[in-house]
Design a protein around this ligand. Structure first.
Ligand SMILES: *Cc1c(COP(=O)(O)O)cnc(C)c1O
Length: 421
């Protein structure tokens, strides 16, 4: 499918008068429409709730939009919990799906009334020692081990992942938790990341529903919710076919009716913790070409770098690039599109066919709305860019300012040397 930016050259030329590049831009309309479609896809399930994975796009303005669309938050750190609290999420609107968890984070999650999802059986004792009791509502994360294969060669290797409890452990955990007073149980698993297939959720649902039936039968624990977590992906490449969330919702419903309903578990609520699917396509990194270099290869140097978007450097991930104003020009030039870090992997694209890029051109790096700004860092003393929201009425609101040198030096505030900055 052709990838079109949600912003035009005219709009960007207007925006840069106030906010210089590089910046992340989010599309409110796209975020809302997609969230509504997700809820429509799971409307058949009475207790369904999406807990947005805050780590994907930790911005309070984004969280407020998703809150208005009926989402909760999925947190895995202290500051993610704090941001959720600040945005007015509380109680069971917060899922705390953390791992290697510090006890004080359990305490804070419990203070907010969040649903706590235990990654490990030893955390039962830790939780009890920290709180003095076991909460009545509790969830456990499952890892079936081995290789998890969905269909058409899509698979991952949960046996090699640090997350979740083994089959034996989750049965044991449910028995112990029940003995210690837990009443309402949930199960959770996240087995494959960024799946571009309508088959992942239904396959995962089958695994978890079968487990739930056995767990309830053998331990007597009452299972109230099943958390399909994240993992529904997006087509980063134009030749990929996007997921159809309606088909995914229907696929899960079919398995629900085959497995849970006959077992007398037709009241189980489903939840999801989608991050990428909720935000990735509705955010982009806008950057300006500031340099061209002709050596053994042709380089376009831009004013963004890997600290603004790490995925290409970290995973070799593909992010589509549009040169604004040249949408219809032939892609007859081959470039490496690079940032300024002293790291040769600081390349947004390698051997990418693009229209001829001139200094001053604006480039849109697509699908940066999730795991984009969020993974930012300060290597080479680079500062993080602003985040802007393109609102439904076409206006632009700054939802996080760009960092300044003062922010960068703030952790040396005890040090006289840097006071003048
Ligand atoms: C990262 C994460 C998610 C979100 O994953 P996406 O691939 O962005 O959908 C959900 N739940 C947990 C526990 C996670 O760590």
């Amino acid at each position: 499918m052709e990838k079109k930016p949600f912003v035009t050259l005219d709009q960007v030329q207007e925006i840069v008068k106030t906010y210089p590049t590089p910046f992340h831009l989010y599309d409110e309309k796209g975020i809302r429409e997609n969230a509504r479609k997700l809820h429509q896809a799971f409307a058949w399930n009475k207790g369904y709730k999406e807990y947005f994975a805050v780590k994907a796009t930790p911005n309070p303005f984004i969280l407020k939009i998703l809150q208005e669309e009926g989402c909760g938050t999925d947190c895995s750190s202290m500051t993610e919990l704090m941001m959720s609290e600040g945005c007015g999420f509380s109680g069971h609107d917060i899922m705390f799906s953390s791992n290697d968890t510090p006890p004080e984070e359990f305490a804070y999650a419990e203070k907010l009334g969040a649903v706590i999802n235990l990654d490990d059986i030893t955390h039962i004792q830790c939780l009890e020692d920290t709180l003095g009791y076991i909460p009545e509502t509790i969830s456990c994360r499952y890892n079936p081990g081995g290789i998890y294969e969905i269909s058409n060669g899509i698979m991952d290797n949960p046996g090699d992942a640090k997350y979740g409890m083994t089959t034996e452990q989750i049965f044991e955990a449910f028995r112990i938790l029940k003995e210690k007073g837990a009443k309402h149980f949930g199960i959770h698993a996240f087995l494959v990341s960024n799946t571009v297939t309508n088959d992942y959720y239904p396959a995962l649902a089958k695994t978890l529903f079968e487990l739930a039936v056995k767990l309830q039968k053998e331990t007597g624990a009452h299972i109230e919710f099943i958390n399909l977590s994240g993992g529904v992906g997006i087509p980063y490449r134009p030749e990929q076919t996007p997921n159809d969330i309606m088909v995914i919702g229907e696929g899960v419903r079919k398995v629900y009716e085959e497995i849970l309903v006959p077992a007398g578990m037709g009241d189980v609520a489903l939840c999801t913790e989608l991050g990428r699917f909720m935000l990735a396509p509705y955010g982009c990194l806008v950057t300006k070409a500031i340099h061209e270099k002709h050596t053994y290869k042709e380089y376009v140097g831009v004013d963004a770098c890997a600290v603004n978007l790490m995925r290409p450097a970290m995973y070799g991930a593909y992010h589509h690039i549009t040169v604004l104003g040249k949408e219809n020009a032939a892609c007859d030039h081959k470039y490496d599109v690079v940032g300024s870090l002293c790291e040769n992997n600081d390349k947004f694209a390698v051997d990418r066919m693009l229209p001829e890029v001139e200094k001053g051109d604006y480039l849109v790096i697509h699908d940066a709305g999730a795991h984009g700004f969020a993974m930012g860092y300060n290597y080479n003393g680079k500062l993080k860019s602003a985040e802007l929201l393109l609102k439904e009425d076409g206006s632009v609101q700054m939802i996080r300012r760009a960092e300044t040198a003062k922010d960068y030096f703030a952790t040396f505030d005890f040090c006289d040397l840097l006071k003048k900055y």
